[in-house]
Design a binder for this molecule. Structure first.
Ligand code: FES
Length: 155
Protein backbone atom coordinates (compact mmCIF):
# COMPACT_ATOMS: atom_id res chain seq x y z
CA UNK A 1 0.00 0.00 0.00
CA UNK A 2 2.78 2.42 0.95
CA UNK A 3 4.77 1.53 -2.11
CA UNK A 4 1.76 2.23 -4.30
CA UNK A 5 1.48 5.76 -2.72
CA UNK A 6 5.11 6.66 -3.45
CA UNK A 7 4.81 5.39 -6.99
CA UNK A 8 1.74 7.50 -7.52
CA UNK A 9 3.34 10.71 -6.04
CA UNK A 10 6.70 10.44 -7.77
CA UNK A 11 7.05 11.67 -11.35
CA UNK A 12 9.13 9.79 -13.81
CA UNK A 13 12.37 11.65 -14.73
CA UNK A 14 11.22 12.25 -18.31
CA UNK A 15 8.10 14.05 -17.16
CA UNK A 16 10.11 16.18 -14.70
CA UNK A 17 12.55 17.21 -17.44
CA UNK A 18 9.69 18.09 -19.74
CA UNK A 19 8.06 20.26 -17.08
CA UNK A 20 11.40 21.96 -16.36
CA UNK A 21 11.93 22.62 -20.04
CA UNK A 22 8.43 24.06 -20.49
CA UNK A 23 8.78 26.25 -17.40
CA UNK A 24 12.21 27.50 -18.49
CA UNK A 25 10.96 28.20 -22.00
CA UNK A 26 7.99 30.17 -20.76
CA UNK A 27 10.20 32.25 -18.43
CA UNK A 28 12.60 32.93 -21.34
CA UNK A 29 9.72 33.87 -23.66
CA UNK A 30 8.29 36.23 -21.03
CA UNK A 31 11.63 37.97 -20.50
CA UNK A 32 12.21 38.23 -24.25
CA UNK A 33 8.77 39.80 -24.76
CA UNK A 34 9.63 42.40 -22.14
CA UNK A 35 13.18 43.27 -23.18
CA UNK A 36 12.94 43.01 -26.99
CA UNK A 37 10.72 46.11 -27.41
CA UNK A 38 12.90 48.03 -24.96
CA UNK A 39 16.05 47.16 -26.91
CA UNK A 40 14.36 48.02 -30.23
CA UNK A 41 13.45 51.42 -28.81
CA UNK A 42 16.85 52.18 -27.32
CA UNK A 43 19.18 50.91 -30.07
CA UNK A 44 19.53 52.81 -33.38
CA UNK A 45 18.20 51.21 -36.57
CA UNK A 46 20.54 48.62 -38.07
CA UNK A 47 20.93 50.42 -41.39
CA UNK A 48 23.04 53.16 -39.82
CA UNK A 49 21.92 55.48 -42.62
CA UNK A 50 20.57 58.08 -40.21
CA UNK A 51 24.07 59.14 -39.24
CA UNK A 52 25.72 58.35 -42.55
CA UNK A 53 26.72 60.92 -45.12
CA UNK A 54 26.91 58.41 -47.97
CA UNK A 55 24.34 56.10 -49.51
CA UNK A 56 24.04 53.86 -52.54
CA UNK A 57 21.29 55.56 -54.54
CA UNK A 58 21.05 53.25 -57.55
CA UNK A 59 22.76 50.63 -59.65
CA UNK A 60 24.76 51.89 -62.61
CA UNK A 61 22.36 50.34 -65.14
CA UNK A 62 19.19 51.39 -63.34
CA UNK A 63 18.42 54.77 -64.89
CA UNK A 64 18.09 55.64 -68.55
CA UNK A 65 19.10 59.15 -69.65
CA UNK A 66 16.45 61.72 -68.63
CA UNK A 67 15.15 59.54 -65.85
CA UNK A 68 15.18 59.88 -62.09
CA UNK A 69 14.46 58.03 -58.93
CA UNK A 70 13.72 58.81 -55.33
CA UNK A 71 16.06 57.12 -52.90
CA UNK A 72 16.24 57.06 -49.16
CA UNK A 73 18.99 59.13 -47.57
CA UNK A 74 18.81 58.63 -43.82
CA UNK A 75 15.29 59.55 -42.83
CA UNK A 76 14.80 61.91 -45.81
CA UNK A 77 14.14 61.31 -49.49
CA UNK A 78 16.77 62.08 -52.08
CA UNK A 79 16.35 62.60 -55.82
CA UNK A 80 18.85 61.12 -58.28
CA UNK A 81 18.58 62.40 -61.85
CA UNK A 82 20.37 61.00 -64.86
CA UNK A 83 20.83 63.94 -67.18
CA UNK A 84 20.04 63.67 -70.90
CA UNK A 85 23.76 63.88 -71.71
CA UNK A 86 24.47 61.04 -69.30
CA UNK A 87 25.83 62.54 -66.07
CA UNK A 88 24.10 62.38 -62.73
CA UNK A 89 22.89 64.96 -60.24
CA UNK A 90 21.45 64.33 -56.82
CA UNK A 91 19.53 66.57 -54.48
CA UNK A 92 17.52 66.43 -51.34
CA UNK A 93 13.98 65.67 -52.49
CA UNK A 94 12.54 67.83 -49.73
CA UNK A 95 11.09 71.09 -51.01
CA UNK A 96 12.60 74.17 -49.36
CA UNK A 97 9.15 75.74 -49.02
CA UNK A 98 7.14 73.46 -46.75
CA UNK A 99 8.97 70.13 -46.97
CA UNK A 100 6.87 68.33 -49.59
CA UNK A 101 8.69 65.73 -51.68
CA UNK A 102 9.69 67.02 -55.11
CA UNK A 103 9.76 65.00 -58.32
CA UNK A 104 11.59 65.03 -61.62
CA UNK A 105 9.48 65.93 -64.67
CA UNK A 106 10.91 64.36 -67.78
CA UNK A 107 8.99 66.39 -70.35
CA UNK A 108 9.72 69.74 -68.69
CA UNK A 109 13.26 68.73 -67.65
CA UNK A 110 12.84 70.24 -64.24
CA UNK A 111 12.14 69.35 -60.63
CA UNK A 112 8.61 70.07 -59.52
CA UNK A 113 6.89 70.35 -56.19
CA UNK A 114 3.23 69.47 -56.52
CA UNK A 115 2.20 71.06 -53.23
CA UNK A 116 2.36 74.70 -54.39
CA UNK A 117 3.73 74.38 -57.93
CA UNK A 118 7.29 75.15 -56.99
CA UNK A 119 9.83 74.55 -59.74
CA UNK A 120 13.58 73.97 -59.60
CA UNK A 121 15.95 73.62 -62.54
CA UNK A 122 18.25 70.63 -63.03
CA UNK A 123 20.91 72.36 -60.94
CA UNK A 124 18.46 72.47 -58.03
CA UNK A 125 17.97 76.23 -58.24
CA UNK A 126 14.51 77.52 -57.32
CA UNK A 127 13.23 79.16 -60.49
CA UNK A 128 9.48 79.52 -59.97
CA UNK A 129 6.85 79.43 -57.25
CA UNK A 130 7.22 79.78 -53.52
CA UNK A 131 10.42 77.80 -52.71
CA UNK A 132 12.79 80.29 -51.06
CA UNK A 133 16.05 78.41 -51.56
CA UNK A 134 17.69 75.91 -53.91
CA UNK A 135 17.54 72.22 -53.12
CA UNK A 136 20.48 70.82 -51.17
CA UNK A 137 22.79 69.25 -53.74
CA UNK A 138 24.73 66.07 -53.09
CA UNK A 139 27.92 64.76 -54.64
CA UNK A 140 27.51 61.79 -56.98
CA UNK A 141 30.18 59.15 -57.62
CA UNK A 142 30.26 55.90 -59.50
CA UNK A 143 31.70 53.05 -57.43
CA UNK A 144 31.84 49.81 -59.35
CA UNK A 145 28.29 49.04 -60.39
CA UNK A 146 26.75 51.52 -57.94
CA UNK A 147 25.86 55.19 -57.90
CA UNK A 148 26.94 56.59 -54.55
CA UNK A 149 25.57 59.86 -53.23
CA UNK A 150 27.30 61.84 -50.48
CA UNK A 151 26.47 64.96 -48.53
CA UNK A 152 28.70 67.89 -49.31
CA UNK A 153 31.01 69.20 -46.63
CA UNK A 154 29.67 72.36 -45.01
CA UNK A 155 32.02 75.31 -45.61
S1 FES B 1 6.03 72.76 -50.35
FE1 FES B 1 6.98 72.81 -52.27
S2 FES B 1 6.18 74.57 -53.19
FE2 FES B 1 5.26 74.56 -51.24
Amino acid sequence: MASAGTEKGASPPGRRQLLGFLLGSSVFASLASIFYPILKFVLPPPSGELDSDTVVAARLDELAPSAAKIFRFGNRPGLLIRLPEGGYRAFSATCTHLDCTVQFRQREQDVWCACHNGIYDLRGRNVSGPPPRPLEEYDVHERGEEIVVARREQA
